[in-house]
Design a protein around this ligand. Sequence first.
Ligand SMILES: *[C@@H]1O[C@H](CO)[C@@H](O)[C@H](O)[C@H]1NC(C)=O
Ligand SMILES: *[C@@H]1O[C@H](CO)[C@@H](O)[C@H](O)[C@H]1NC(C)=O
Ligand SMILES: *[C@@H]1O[C@H](CO)[C@@H](O)[C@H](O)[C@H]1NC(C)=O
Ligand SMILES: *[C@@H]1O[C@H](CO)[C@@H](O)[C@H](O)[C@H]1NC(C)=O
Ligand SMILES: *[C@@H]1O[C@H](CO)[C@@H](O)[C@H](O)[C@H]1NC(C)=O
Ligand SMILES: *[C@@H]1O[C@H](CO)[C@@H](O)[C@H](O)[C@H]1NC(C)=O
Ligand SMILES: *[C@@H]1O[C@H](CO)[C@@H](O)[C@H](O)[C@H]1NC(C)=O
Length: 249
Amino acid sequence: MNPKQSIVCLSSSPPLHFLCFFLVIFLTFTTIPASSCRGGNETDCDALLMIKVTSVVLDSLGLDGSLSPHVGNLSFLHELSLGNNSFQGAIPHELGRLSRLRILYLYQNKFKGVIPTNISRCSNLQALGLSYNELVGTIPKEISFLSKLKFLVLHYNKLTGGIPPFLGNITSIEVFAVKENPLHGSIPDTLGHWKSLKEIYGSHCNFSGTIPHSLYNLSHLNTMNFGDNQLSGTLPEVIMLPSLVILQL
Ligand SMILES: *[C@@H]1O[C@H](CO)[C@@H](O)[C@H](O)[C@H]1NC(C)=O
Ligand SMILES: *[C@@H]1O[C@H](CO)[C@@H](O)[C@H](O)[C@H]1NC(C)=O
Ligand SMILES: *[C@@H]1O[C@H](CO)[C@@H](O)[C@H](O)[C@H]1NC(C)=O
Ligand SMILES: *[C@@H]1O[C@H](CO)[C@@H](O)[C@H](O)[C@H]1NC(C)=O
Ligand SMILES: *[C@@H]1O[C@H](CO)[C@@H](O)[C@H](O)[C@H]1NC(C)=O
Ligand SMILES: *[C@@H]1O[C@H](CO)[C@@H](O)[C@H](O)[C@H]1NC(C)=O
Ligand SMILES: *[C@@H]1O[C@H](CO)[C@@H](O)[C@H](O)[C@H]1NC(C)=O
């Protein structure tokens, strides 16, 4: 297999070779148009462009390679979902070149290393799911540039540092999950800007200080869980959480 053409599969069990084959074909087709267009055959070029698929959904298939940096060439992708496999190695920062990407699910794998700052360049991203991996380092504050993000799900990793106050700028957030990470510091009151917030999970971290009163005034919030932390302080006199179903502190 030409390494320039393998997107995801560096090794995989025999029944899955067809998937690797599919992906090789897939990338081959996406790379041909550039040269064939330059060569001047518009018919071939158009035909190849039409084959472009905008979703790659390969969840729960036992895939166990690493994610090649060449994935950054699939610039037309809207969705890349590789959850519940055994991918390992780093999350390539080339993913930041996928400016059309709306959904990126890499949850439940064995990804190591940091969350690449360049993910903040996927300006159309609405869902980022990286839970159940072995990611270290901090939550990049640049994620706050993702102004369309609704789901930011990072639970069960080894992320350190605090919740960057800048995240409060993403007013589209609906679900935020960071539970079971060795995070610390205070919960920023800027999270109260998340007027669309429905669910927030921050249990089993090591947050200290108080839960900002701004979080008790969110009309759509139905679940707030900050159990098993070092939190202290008082509840506000006025709690305006009309949608609340679960509150665990
Ligand atoms: C382009 O490709 C098509 C189909 O392969 C072929 O019929 C046509 O003759 C080619 N045109 C040129 C200018 O090479
Ligand atoms: C994960 O994938 C395996 C197959 O590799 C499947 O048996 C299992 O049900 C999946 N788990 C979830 C939670 O989807
Ligand atoms: C694909 O991506 C790699 C690494 O990002 C780059 O070196 C290569 O030139 C790209 N190929 C094409 C055809 O765009
Ligand atoms: C990552 O982002 C930096 C700028 O923020 C850029 O210089 C670099 O080329 C990017 N890497 C890729 C692979 O897009
Ligand atoms: C983002 O949030 C930070 C701190 O919460 C603030 O200082 C900054 O001005 C905000 N940036 C934008 C572009 O709104
Ligand atoms: C939690 O934070 C406190 C200080 O804020 C520190 O002393 C303690 O070791 C931390 N615990 C864990 C499990 O990281
Ligand atoms: C609750 O938020 C609304 C705006 O969403 C604001 O007008 C109101 O003053 C806030 N109430 C409290 C008690 O903070």
